[in-house]
Ligand binder design. Structure first.
Ligand SMILES: [Zn+2]
Length: 220
């Protein structure tokens, strides 16, 4: 018997965290050219602030271009440093803020990858997917409440991301999540800014391998 799963390439998801305006200005426009769709993880109480995307932009991405909008707490709070009551209230309010905008959040990304264990019943109640902050190989059946990802760092060239994807293909991984935070940042204080050129090179590579980039909610 052939295992036809062997022929199936990994699902490829790009996440965009924290709602920087360059995600709309650069990544969204480029992804559109390739017919790819991403997942935003936004902090709902920071939307519309300087250098952040607006609700109008977020709505356009999800409602007109089928991007996904996921939750990432109100203001990027570290959930491990709050009381459980505060953490639950924060997450519920954050999800409510997105729903009030007509969005359908089903995914959550842990700020700094941290959450107390006793928060998981609430997360599992409110969401279908929870993404952490470290990269590891994911095989079916994937634990959707402990998803890994590779966050892009500003000194990386496209080859590093290409190598990660090729390794996933070679190892028959079922899901690869690559994360971006901002594009063409001059200050780059978080050391996670990606240039237009590098991002385009990554997208060219993905297209050349006959892969597509899909929102996290579509990966299962
Ligand atoms: Zn974040």
């Amino acid at each position: 018997m052939f295992d036809d799963k062997l022929d199936e390439p990994p699902k490829l998801v790009f996440t965009f965290d924290d709602g920087d305006s360059s995600i709309y200005d650069v990544a969204f426009q480029l992804m559109k050219d390739y017919g790819f769709r991403g997942t935003n993880f936004i902090n709902s109480e920071t939307m519309g602030q300087p250098n952040k995307m607006t609700w109008e932009q977020i709505r356009e991405m999800e409602l007109l271009y089928s991007w996904e909008t996921g939750c990432h707490t109100l203001k990027h709070e570290n959930l491990a440093q709050m009381s459980i009551e505060e953490a639950i209230a924060n997450i519920k309010k954050d999800k409510h803020n997105l729903e009030e905008q007509g969005l359908c959040p089903v995914s959550f990304a842990l700020p700094k990858g941290q959450a107390p264990n006793n928060l998981y019943p609430t997360l599992q109640d409110l969401f279908q997917n929870v993404r952490g902050s470290s990269d590891f190989a994911m095989y079916n059946p994937i634990n959707r409440f402990a998803l890994g990802y590779l966050p892009y760092q500003s000194n990386w060239d496209a080859d590093l991301i290409k190598a990660r994807i090729l390794r996933g293909i070679a190892n028959n991984e079922d899901l690869i999540i690559i994360g971006f935070h901002r594009f063409n940042s001059v200050e780059d204080i978080y050391h996670d800014s990606c240039t237009t050129q590098t991002f385009r090179e990554i997208l060219d590579f993905v297209q050349s391998r006959d892969l597509e980039v899909i929102p996290l909610r579509c990966a299962f």
